[in-house]
Write a protein that binds this ligand. Structure first.
Ligand SMILES: Cc1ncc(COP(=O)(O)O)c(C=O)c1O
Length: 397
């Protein structure tokens, strides 16, 4: 049996007809940039998360960069984040000229350890960037308490957590601003790159909108005015049109980005969003099956904090013999993935920051033990049983 880590073809089959129809409609309309699907999806996604504003953009990394810039974080500033995450988390901080300051993670949830944050705070610290890794929310009450005490902003890296919850509230509604990725393999993925910034803060919504499209047009001007405390009456003759036909397009107010969600991607995402809760429930039930079946093996199964609704972007096992286990599964046709083989503080790109092995022992320990097995919503029972059988076979060698 061949089982990929994620089967996007299988997912596509379940929405093929309607997606094809929507995509063709967009193609025929020739309205490819900032059309109705983008506008409506922003609203639908913000409603889904339970926040006021959704500002779509080109990908999750851009979402983080734009959010950081909107918060005026730049050279000389520090942002505290997790060492056990995808590189883009820290890369976004470096991209705006600020310095990522890495904290270690909890051994059970793999999330940033709130107990390790305060000792990292300096006069230069501007924000905390928790990452809801693998789909499980961080301990946000503790993180927000620390942020409030030290007057810091909270930017959620929610790229792996879409649909997940913390104490009954959705991931993405738990800080000042949050960033999502719609990379195809995410729980809500498009057919290419896509991203979204969400926030309840009107000021951040205005500025991120301005930054998203070259700081130009009405959105650029609104952002500029807000950032410079200019109380200018809007000229009603100006178009609110966000498309290429906007007459203000060539008036630039800020140095921004070209980072928009394509209309085609928005159409596909609108098709998928109503299915997300059901897909996440299927991931959860797959995880439950594995947890039960593997309880008596030497594999360490994932821990779920009782305050959260984990959405299992990845189902992570731990083993002392990871490489051998992965090889065994590979021989049986089962794909796995290692998330993450090198914690960020030890990445070559961050040599200059001066971290050394032993500085963040839990992240380092996990990076040698963790691996993901397939948990996607469309997995069949016989595939899950086969995966468990192969893992038990390895365990009983
Ligand atoms: C935790 C995390 N942060 C940031 C990103 C960046 O998102 P994107 O690939 O859409 O730029 C990703 C996903 O790839 C991610 O998993």
């Amino acid at each position: 049996m061949k089982i990929p880590l994620i089967d996007l073809k299988k997912q596509y089959k379940t929405i093929e007809e309607e997606s094809n129809r929507k995509v063709l409609e967009v193609l025929k309309s020739a309205n490819y940039i900032m059309g109705e699907h983008v506008k409506t999806f922003e609203k639908e996604f913000a409603d889904f998360i339970g926040v006021e504003h959704g500002i779509s953009c080109g990908n999750g990394t851009d979402a983080l960069v734009i959010a950081l810039k909107a918060m005026n974080i730049g050279p000389g500033d520090e942002v505290i984040t997790s060492a056990f995450t995808f590189f883009a988390t820290a890369e976004s901080i470096s991209s705006v000229g600020a310095t990522p300051v890495f904290v270690d993670v909890e051994k059970d949830t793999f999330n940033m350890d709130p107990l390790m944050i305060e000792e990292k705070i300096t006069a230069r610290t501007k924000a905390i960037m928790p990452v809801h890794i693998f789909g499980q929310a961080c301990k946000m009450d503790e993180i927000n308490r620390i942020a409030k005490k030290h007057d810091l902003l909270v930017i959620e890296d929610a790229c792996q957590g879409v649909g997940g919850e913390y104490k009954g509230r959705k991931i993405g509604a738990l800080g000042d601003i949050a960033c999502f990725s719609f990379f195809p393999t995410k729980n809500l993925g498009c057919a290419g790159d896509g991203g979204m910034i969400v926030t309840d803060r009107e000021d951040l919504a205005v500025i991120t909108k301005g930054l998203r499209t070259h700081g130009s047009g009405e959105t650029g001007r609104n952002a500029y005015n807000l950032m410079n405390n200019i109380d200018e009456e809007n000229d009603e003759s100006d178009s609110k049109d966000q498309t290429v036909y906007n007459p203000l397009k060539y008036y630039n107010y800020l140095i921004g980005h070209n980072s928009r969600l394509d209309e085609l991607q928005a159409a596909i995402l609108r098709e998928k969003l109503p299915l997300l809760d059901q897909w996440n429930q299927e991931r959860r039930s797959n995880a439950e099956f594995y947890n039960e079946e593997l309880a008596d093996t030497r594999f360490t199964t994932p821990f779920e904090n009782r305050d959260v609704m984990h959405v299992y972007h990845m189902y992570i096992l731990q083993s002392e013999e990871r490489e051998e286990a992965i090889l065994h599964l590979k021989e049986k046709g089962i794909a796995t993935g290692v998330y993450y083989p090198i914690p960020l503080h030890l990445q070559k790109a961050y040599t200059d920051l001066g971290y050394k092995e032993g500085d963040l022992p839990i992240s380092e320990y996990l990076s040698k033990r963790t691996f993901a097995i397939p948990v996607y919503a469309e997995l069949e029972m016989e595939e899950k049983e086969y995966i468990v059988r192969c893992l038990k076979e390895f365990d009983n060698r």
